[in-house]
Each structure stands twice: as C-alpha cells, then as structure tokens.
Design a binder for this molecule. Structure first.
Ligand SMILES: Nc1ncnc2c1ncn2[C@@H]1O[C@H](COP(=O)(O)OP(=O)(O)OP(=O)(O)O)[C@@H](O)[C@H]1O
Ligand SMILES: [Mg+2]
Length: 442
C-alpha cells in the first residue's frame, strides 16, 4: 500500500488545521497554563465524530510547542500495563516541564470496553491524578456511562463535523500537491458522501485518483460510496483485517449487510489466509470462537450482548495480529475466499461421513463440539496438519478417507495466499468493484 494521503497530508501545525478555531483556542490556552506551571486541567478530552482532526490536533499541538509526544491507543486493552507504567513514569519529572516537555496522548478511550477492560478507566484516572505532564484523551462518543470518571477528570473540548468549504480546501490542496486533475463537481460529490469526515473524503479521493490518475464527476459517481453505505463481504473482511484502529474494525462489522453468522464464517474462512504468524492465527480464532459464544447467548438472553460479539469479531480478530503493532506493518494482500468448503465437502455421503468422523476425533482432543470444531478450529487444523501430518496421522488414527478430506480442505486453501501481481490485483479489485456496483444497482 502506498502511503495513505490522509497521513501524508496530515497538518503538521495548528494553523494548518482547518476550522475548529474554538477547539484550537481552548487547547492552546490549556497548554499555556501548563507552561506557566499552573495547569487549569491535567487532562482534556477531545471528542467528536471520526475524521475531524482529534488525533491531528493533538499531534500538531505537540509539534507547535515542541513537546515530546507519547501516543498510545487506549482502546487496545493490551496497553493496560503500559498505561499503568506510564502513570508511574509520568508522576516523576526529571527535568522541568518546558525544557524537555512531554505530552501524553491516549487515543480513542471510548474504544475501551468497560466490562472487558476492567481497570483501564481506573488506570487512566490514576495517570491523570499523578501526572506531571499534560494529557489529551480522545473519543468519538464520550457519553458512555462508563466514561463518566474521565469526563469529570478532564476538560471537555468538542470538535464539530467539518463543513463543505474546509473540506474542499483540504481536498484541493491534495489535488494540487499530487498534480492530479480534479473536477470541482467531483470534489463536491465526494464531500457530500463523506458526512464531514475528512479522512473518509481523502480516502475516497485517493481511491479514485490512484486508479485513474484524475478525478472526474463520472468516476466519483461510480466509485465513491456513501459513508454509511454497507460494506460487501470482501470490503468487510479487508476492513477488519487491515484495521489499524479500533473504530475501523468495529464499524467494518457493524456496517455490513451480511448477517453476523455468515460474517463469522467469512472470517473463519479467511483468518488463516490473512495471518501468517501461527500465534496471530490462534488468537484470532480465540476471539472468533468467543464471538460465536456471545452470539449464541445474545439469541437466548438478549441482543445487547451483540455488542460483545461485534467487539470480538471486529477488533478482536483485527488486533489478534501482533505483527500489526510494528510500525512497519503492511497488511498482506489476500484474495478472500467464500466460506464454501462445507458445501464442497458435503457433496457425497462418503465425504460427509469422513468429515464427520474427522471432526469428532479432533473435537475429542480440543474438547469442543462437532459444530465448534467445524466452525472454529478446522481451518487451523488443516494448517497444522501440513506441518505435523505424521504425528497427527498416528495420534488421530486417521483413515484414508479422512486424509482425503483433509487434502480436499487444504487444496481449497492452496494458492490463494500468494501475492498476486500488480496488474492482476488491479484487475480483480476492479472486477469486484464493478460486480458489486452492478449488484447494488439492480
Ligand atoms: N481540521 C482538519 N484540517 C485538515 N485536515 C484534517 C482535519 N481533520 C482531519 N483532517 C485530515 O483527516 C485525517 C484524519 O484526521 P484525524 O485522524 O485527526 O481524525 P480523528 O478526529 O482523530 O478521527 P477518529 O475519531 O476516527 O480517530 C488527518 O490525517 C488529516 O489528513
Ligand atoms: Mg483519531
């Protein structure tokens, strides 16, 4: 993936940030109160819809005031310990603030799942209480009851949706810098679809411009989708697996029209294609199987449990990959597969029986029902089998028929994890896109 334009053109300084004058003023007054040694608040909570400049403002503020930025995505509960140790470190300042000042950014605190991440809010409050450095928290939705302690501890600063003209200036600047011919009307169209979200608008612009080298109204109309339009399964998978942020992974799951059960199958099918590290694969399946447990419970006891299912299916699967934590991480391009192996295998009674007995044998070992084994473990097993077939043959006393079934399964995976050539890649993406839009229209 080439560098994302929204990052390439992220404002470096407060005065490059469009709009948001009120927020800028409040932020600078606040940071200056720190510099004078008499902070008005220890923390601010910057909140507002996606893509309006929360993260951008925090970073620009640090740069303008020459503060070293400690940035952490708070919605990832694995960072809990880091937050705790930061609380320890931030409570002692070696140097005077202002000489080598620091700014702490805890991004996306509303991604914390209050129940699942018990302790995280407390840890943040402790950090705020102890800190000798200014702290910025960000959130899309700060009104969740579990965030009340944060609302009380921080100064609330709201960012509004970007309106048409600032958005247009942002897009125009990029068109000029990239030397791309962009029709005015096309920019207006993109802006209309973006619901005041600059990241979304820039991504749409890049999507069109990169494929075609220019941006016309016709192309925009064909290629740009309304922000809240539902994702097709391919897009949903890509958005989950490529997500760098909690909200991306979560909205991928909630913004799709395919039903949750089916999406589980899609994820199930494609986890081992997307993730190469065995431990990542394992963690992803772990999240997915818990998602399926919550889904079943939701059906029995109440749909509010669905939210956990979404958390696990989206962010749970997305951040199962520790590879992603590396700054150099680049999502692997994968041709996603329909969840079809079941149908394929179920064609003859003989293979059905062999699959059944295979599932039972595996199920005994992993203490799972046949269904669970089929849904949650089989793809992983197939990969393990490739490496450890001698051992597994013996251990499971596999029959020839069962071995055949495994072979069929693995041949269904074969060849689809290779990176396609650039041209092929374009071609398939385009094809997918056009079939999708055709389907959508009809
Ligand atoms: N006010 C703005 N002026 C100029 N560019 C902006 C502005 N707001 C957003 N952008 C552009 O959009 C991108 C996304 O913005 P940013 O990451 O700051 O959004 P955010 O409010 O943190 O969203 P989220 O809630 O999704 O994290 C930026 O990298 C920048 O390119
Ligand atoms: Mg952000």
């Amino acid at each position: 993936m080439p560098l994302q334009w929204f990052l390439k053109y992220r404002p470096k300084s407060l005065n490059e940030v469009e709009n948001e004058d009120e927020a800028k003023k409040e932020l600078t007054e606040w940071i200056e109160s720190w510099l004078k040694g008499n902070p008005s608040y220890k923390a601010v909570l910057l909140y507002g819809p996606p893509g309006v400049g929360k993260t951008t403002l925090a970073e620009a503020l640090a740069r303008d005031y020459k503060l070293e930025l400690f940035e952490m995505n708070a919605s990832d509960s694995r960072n809990l310990n880091d937050i705790r140790s930061m609380a320890e470190r931030a409570s002692v300042t070696g140097t005077l603030f202002g000489i080598k000042g620091k700014l702490i950014l805890l991004d996306e605190v509303d991604g914390l799942n209050a129940r699942a991440d018990a302790g995280a809010i407390d840890a943040i409050i402790e950090l705020i209480n102890k800190t000798k450095y200014p702290i910025i928290l960000t959130a899309n939705d700060p009104w969740d009851p579990s965030l009340r302690p944060l609302r009380n501890a921080a100064k609330m600063i709201e960012l509004k949706r970007l309106t048409k003209y600032p958005l247009k200036r942002i897009l125009k600047k990029i068109c000029e810098a990239e030397k791309i011919v962009c029709e005015d009307e096309a920019l207006d169209f993109i802006i209309d679809q973006s619901e005041g979200d600059a990241r979304y608008a820039i991504n749409m612009l890049q999507g069109v411009a990169e494929g075609y080298g220019r941006v016309t109204i016709d192309m925009a109309k064909n290629l740009v989708r309304k922000k809240d339009r539902e994702l097709d399964p391919f897009e949903a998978l890509r958005s989950v697996f490529w997500a760098k942020y909690y909200w991306q992974a979560k909205s991928a799951v909630t913004d799709t029209q395919i039903d949750y059960e089916l999406l589980l199958r899609w994820l199930d099918e494609n986890i081992p294609l997307q993730y190469t590290d065995m431990e990542d694969v394992w963690r992803a399946y772990d999240a997915l199987s818990r998602a399926s447990i919550f889904l079943n419970r939701a059906k029995l006891v109440g749909w509010d449990l669905l939210s956990y299912t979404f958390d696990l299916m989206g962010p749970g699967v997305a951040f199962a990959s520790f590879e992603k934590k590396k700054p150099t991480y680049k999502a692997k391009w994968v041709k996603y597969q329909f969840p079809q192996y079941i149908q394929q295998l179920a064609k003859t009674k003989e293979t059905r029986d062999a699959l059944d007995s295979l599932l039972r044998k595996i199920g005994v070992i992993i203490h799972a029902s046949k269904d669970k084994t089929l849904n949650d473990f089989l793809p992983l097993f197939v990969i393990y089998y490739k490496k450890f077939h001698d051992k597994l043959d013996k251990e499971l006393e596999l029959t020839e028929k069962e071995k055949d079934v495994i072979k069929m399964l693995s041949s269904l995976y074969e060849g689809i994890t290779e990176q396609p050539k650039e041209e092929e890649r374009k071609e398939t993406t385009e094809r997918k896109r056009s079939t999708y839009y055709r389907r959508k229209k009809s």
